[in-house]
Design a protein around this ligand. Sequence first.
Ligand SMILES: Cc1cc2nc3c(=O)[nH]c(=O)nc-3n(C[C@H](O)[C@H](O)[C@H](O)COP(=O)(O)OP(=O)(O)OC[C@H]3O[C@@H](n4cnc5c(N)ncnc54)[C@H](O)[C@@H]3O)c2cc1C
Ligand code: HEM
Length: 400
Amino acid sequence: MPFDPAVIRASFAVVERRADHLAKYFYAHLFTHNPDVRELFPAEMAEQRDRLFAALTQLVLRLESPGELTGYLRALGRDHRKFGAAPEHYPAVGASLIAALRHFSGHSWTPEIEKAWTEAYTVITQVMTAAAEAVPDSAPAWWEAVVLERRRAAPDVVVLTLAPGRPYPYTAGQYLTLCSPRVPRVWRPYSIANAPRRDGSLELHVRRVPGGLLSTALVNDLMPGEHVRLGPPLGDAVLGPRSRRPLLAVAGGTGWSRIKALLEQLGPELDHRPVTVYLAARDDADQYDLAAVQRLVDRHRGLNVLLAAPETGAGRDAAAALVRQSLSGHGDWYGWDIHLCGPPELAPELTELLLGLGADPALIRNDPGPETFNRTRPLTSSDWFLDLRDVPWINRTDLG
Ligand SMILES: Cc1cc2nc3c(=O)[nH]c(=O)nc-3n(C[C@H](O)[C@H](O)[C@H](O)COP(=O)(O)OP(=O)(O)OC[C@H]3O[C@@H](n4cnc5c(N)ncnc54)[C@H](O)[C@@H]3O)c2cc1C
Ligand code: HEM
């Protein structure tokens, strides 16, 4: 490895408490020195200003074993074509990253530290740009799709059916990023809720997040006939190739959408392969797609679906407790393929439990892989006191 990860970690510890200011400085530097780059970013950056910056710093910090992140970085590089990121932009972003770090490190910044950050950034850039350049010219940077249908499945959830204008190849279990002209240049990830269909249509389940830029527009305003853009498919939480192992899936909220795609993909296999699905919801009303669940259960006698919906008002902790209790009651999960899908805290919580119950870590799958894809930078303890933020949770209907 050309750089020393310990040098990078130690230098970041010096500035981490001021990461908010660093992010502001980073973007100000980037846009001042490269005014043309501003138009690649969303107009509204107050809430999410450290999306790219957080990803950059977290990725560099996680670069202990570069091989581990290569697959993710390749996908990220291909995906960046949709933002209009070109090879010449990468040195500009790198220069602003170093300028921000240098500015806030004061006297602790040394040539050795600058060299380590530059080398780490170069490794990331090389993987991303090589992957983007390897994409055949015929492959689009994004797909135009038209909204065929919208169904309100719950007060804050819509099920959208989209028709991409050209073939959109993906595997059940993947997600895509979507952008609507209603909120230009704001891209957000959504799980694809169906296995590939003959007519190429795609289903997405979108829940409105209070104050959310894109989800509010999609749930409140998006209408059939409107066009949206889709980024390339992402994620590797797909079915294990040729696996005949029993399968456990745990879904929370709209996390059901990815599990639905996997069940559709399994199709007739569901009749002779043990499959257990837990659907966790805060209450009955939160089970927004019960008709689809019922159809699958009716069709496949071997499919075992358990709904974990506590008393109305009991909240998500009660739903999570029900699931944990039932998973523990089952005993040993050794040898099961396991898929976890839901709000960000679901996978880490249940992974720990299931590993304690014998599950094989190599058989547990969840999205989105490196946490860098999540929007918010991990907060330090002082940030928590100074700037309490909401914990991201897909199912926050109770917050209005
Ligand atoms: C791999 C992956 C798959 C996803 N699949 C789905 C899906 O199938 N259906 C779906 O509805 N959503 C899904 N999400 C969440 C989705 O990508 C967006 O985060 C969500 O729609 C909010 O976007 P927004 O632009 O409306 O909110 P933003 O403008 O990004 O955020 C507004 C405020 O809400 C907070 N916030 C952001 N996201 C959430 C959240 N999920 N829950 C609670 N608070 C939040 C932010 O911290 C911020 O304070 C998925 C996320 C990932 C990473
Ligand atoms: C090594 C370099 C880079 C890394 C690791 C990186 C990583 C990321 C990640 C993880 C995201 C968040 C994705 C999402 O939430 O949808 C992101 C967003 C973005 N990146 Fe990059 N990126 C890099 C370089 C660049 C460059 C060179 C450009 C072009 C100027 C660019 C433009 C963008 C834009 C426009 C966004 C969306 C920002 C937003 O929604 O607020 N990135 N980047």
